[in-house]
Design a protein around this ligand. Structure first.
Ligand code: ADP
Length: 478
């Protein structure tokens, strides 16, 4: 069995209490235990990061490039093994797990290149004989707090730019998925990260996470998780006058218009709503369908859902893995009950499935006859549960799509250039997808939302430089 330790100030720490890492596909599979960090460990990590910062922030870009490149290479080389571990720990299918691991490698590779392209500008002063240089410097010690649903990709897209631009890292992964985070940390350590520059502290949000956000020595926090915790990160960060970046929930709409290609629309809906067990902040949980296509669209989605296999994430024939844990499963089931109470029709699924192995197996649930004011259409469920909402035409569909406190991703299926263009301009979301699922994004372009979904600078791609660097304007009289 794997025994996972925290990494603080250049040392793997033993001696703490062990917690069990569970396999959601098989409760009898005890594959790892992890050591829980205490608040002293967090303070040590922050102090070590602070001490390492002057040298690391001034290190040669080529040293940082080489480090990130070595990390990328090892992740690529081990993608099958790491993908299987991720599937075992989080419940994504093995194909999805390998896809996520590949993405983590691509992110490290991308930022290894960005290290060599740190931007700056020279601008003429309005005063003669003066030069102005605008440069970017590392921010300092960054606290990175991540969720369980992308246990290696989200850490990668925070850690890689943080290190690339010369910051030191205190990384706290989600308590449900420490093995994926630990595997990444182990690779970063063996790639030769200097002592103190990178620290891993595993444990609960209320102790380890809270100790990070409470510390006045953390210069920036990048957080992905729930709205409630995001608000807490915001208020604590404001207290300390530090920068912060939040990625939180979504209630992403997929609009299907009468002129849509039916096969494309069904694929977008099923993939966007149910793949990765619906546990993506970009999942399409509201499918808004106009009158003429709705009947045949729903029939086709139901037929497709009936053909999907829900099962053990490690079985290569599985399409949809288990729900991550009992707490999330209970939340999904409560929303399914609530949907029925609110008067929606449960058109497919929603029941627990018995399998040979004991796991959290839930048949994907499709509600129809949902109206935009029902709670199942307003609150993030974060499971394989989607709602079909009727709209009479494009204008009504757009209004419903925007009738939400969230604004991460919005999709439309249509063959009309006019509606596609109008939707791209008018959807109140950070990301818009035309004839594509709302989930599934590239690794080299910005990721993020509007309204209640996100706060602060964008993550990923070149845009990550905004969060992980501070701008300096220097004037020189020649
Ligand atoms: P989820 O419901 O998806 O688990 P959370 O917001 O609870 O979302 O968790 C996302 C991350 O935030 C996890 O790493 C979790 O441990 C951390 N977290 C939870 N509570 C706090 C807190 N009070 N302070 C800092 N981090 C926290």
């Amino acid at each position: 069995m794997l025994k996972l330790m925290n990494y603080v100030a250049g040392e793997w720490l033993g001696g703490g209490s062990d917690h069990r890492d569970e396999n959601p596909s098989d409760h009898n599979d005890e594959f790892a235990t992890y050591q829980v960090a205490n608040s002293d460990n967090v303070l040590q990590a922050i102090a070590a990061a602070r001490a390492a910062f002057p040298a690391w922030s001034r290190s040669s870009p080529i040293a940082r490039h080489d480090l990130l490149k070595r990390v990328a290479t090892e992740i690529f080389t081990r993608k099958e093994e790491l993908g299987a571990m991720l599937a075992r720990e989080e419940g994504k299918t093995i194909a999805e797990g390998i896809g996520e691991v590949t993405r983590a490698a691509q992110v490290f590779e991308f930022f290894s290149g960005e290290v060599l392209r740190i931007p700056g500008e020279r601008i003429a002063s309005v005063r003669p004989g003066i030069d102005i240089d605008i440069t970017r410097e590392a921010v300092g010690v960054v606290g990175l707090i991540t969720p369980w649903n992308f246990p290696i990709a989200i850490p990668a897209w925070k850690i890689a730019p943080a290190l690339a631009y010369g910051n030191c890292v205190v990384f706290k992964p989600a308590e449900l998925t420490p093995a994926s985070a630990w595997a990444l940390a182990d690779i970063i350590v063996r790639a030769g990260v200097p002592s103190g520059v990178f620290n891993l502290v595993m444990g609960s949000g209320s102790s380890v996470g809270q100790a990070i956000i409470d510390s006045p020595d953390i210069d920036a926090v990048s957080f992905t998780g729930s709205v409630g915790t995001g608000r807490l990160v915001a208020s604590e960060s404001t207290k300390h006058m530090r920068r912060f970046q939040l990625e939180m929930g979504g209630k992403n709409p997929l609009v299907v218009l009468d002129d849509a290609d039916l096969t494309t629309a069904v694929e977008c809906a099923v993939n966007g709503a149910f793949y990765s067990t619906g546990q993506r902040c970009t999942a399409s949980s509201r499918i808004i369908v106009t009158d003429q296509i709705r009947g045949k669209f729903i029939d086709a989605v139901v037929e497709r859902l009936a053909s999907l296999k829900v099962g053990d994430a490690l079985d290569a024939t599985t399409h949809i893995g288990p729900v991550v844990d009992s707490r999330q499963l209970e939340q999904d089931l409560n929303y399914i009950k609530l949907g029925k109470q609110e008067g929606a029709t449960l058109r497919f699924g929603g029941e627990l499935l018995k399998q040979e192995k004991r796991g959290h197996y839930l048949q994907p649930a499709l509600f129809t006859d949902v109206s935009s004011n029902m709670r199942i259409a307003r609150e993030e469920i974060f499971g394989p549960v989607a709602s079909v909402i009727a709209a009479k035409d494009y204008d009504e569909a757009l209004a419903i799509a925007n009738d939400t406190e969230f604004g991460l991703s919005a999709g439309i299926c249509t063959t009309s250039l006019k509606y596609a263009t109008h939707f791209k301009r008018n959807a109140e979301a950070g990301m818009v997808m035309v004839n594509l699922p709302t989930a599934g994004v590239d690794f080299h372009v910005p990721f993020g939302g509007r309204k209640g979904s996100s706060f602060g600078a964008r993550e990923q791609g070149r845009y990550a430089v905004e969060f992980y660097t501070a701008v300096k304007t220097a004037y020189t009289a020649a």
